[in-house]
Structure formats: structure tokens, C-alpha cells
Design a binder for this molecule. Structure first.
Ligand SMILES: [Mg+2]
Length: 129
């Protein structure tokens, strides 16, 4: 069975690039959903079974930190692994997200980097951070 992934990024170009990279990664993909901010992302999580979230930090309406906080508050979503892909340079922001359990990948990224991060998050069973 393929991996269901939600990509949350306010840039449609970036969402497409991440999707292309996922397709090149050799991972077995299930359904891949896209959202342009945290509110849309949470809405999709509430109705679609999702194995993993790829999350941007800087977004309008609701940013990546607030979305991840909401995910952690909800028993239905708190164990879904989160991978942050960002150019964000703020160590404090990144550390806060990693403390909540996210894996951080800096842009630019390769299919291998994404594949390894996803395999690591889905194989260890340690989704609580
Ligand atoms: Mg952004």
C-alpha cells in the first residue's frame, strides 16, 4: 500500500516541485494532497487518512508552527510524522518545530534526502518526537 502524503506550502511551484521529487524518490506513493496554508492542511487531515505531512514554515492564514501545534493538540493527528522543508534560517523557529517532533530538511533537497527522511519517520514507529 502506498504512502498517503499531505504537502502544505503556500507556493504552488514548491508543491509541484515536492511532488515531482517524491515521484523520483522511488517511494511507493498513495494519495498525495496539497494545501496552501495550515487551515487548509488541517481541513484535509480531518477527512483524509494521511501517513505523513510535508510542511512549509512561512505561510499566510496559518503558518507551519501553528498548524503543527494544532496537530499535536488533536489525538487524531498528533502522531502523524511531520517533515519541514524550508529555507527558513531562524534557528529558534526550527528548533521549536524539531522539539515538537518534526524532521527538518533545508532547501534545496534531493529525492534521496526526502526518501531517507520519509523512510526514517515511517519505519521507526517513533512518531511522537
Ligand atoms: Mg512559504
Amino acid at each position: 500500500m502506498g504512502i498517503n502524503i499531505l504537502i502544505v506550502d503556500d507556493s504552488s511551484v514548491m508543491r509541484t516541485m515536492i511532488l515531482k521529487t517524491l515521484r523520483m524518490s522511488g517511494l511507493s506513493l498513495g494519495d498525495v494532497y496539497g494545501a496552501s496554508n495550515g487551515v487548509e492542511g488541517l481541513e484535509i487531515l480531518s477527512r483524509q487518512w494521511t501517513d505523513l505531512v510535508i510542511l512549509d514554515i512561512n505561510m499566510p492564514v496559518m503558518n507551519g508552527e501553528d498548524m503543527m501545534i494544532r496537530m499535536k493538540e488533536n489525538p487524531e493527528t498528533r502522531d502523524i510524522p511531520v517533515i519541514i522543508i524550508s529555507t527558513e534560517g531562524s534557528k529558534t523557529r526550527i528548533e521549536g518545530l524539531v522539539k515538537m517532533g518534526a524532521t527538518f530538511i533545508r532547501k534545496p533537497f534531493t529525492p534521496e534526502i526526502i526518501r531517507d527522511a520519509i523512510n526514517q519517520r515511517l519505519s521507526t514507529g517513533d512518531n511522537h518526537g
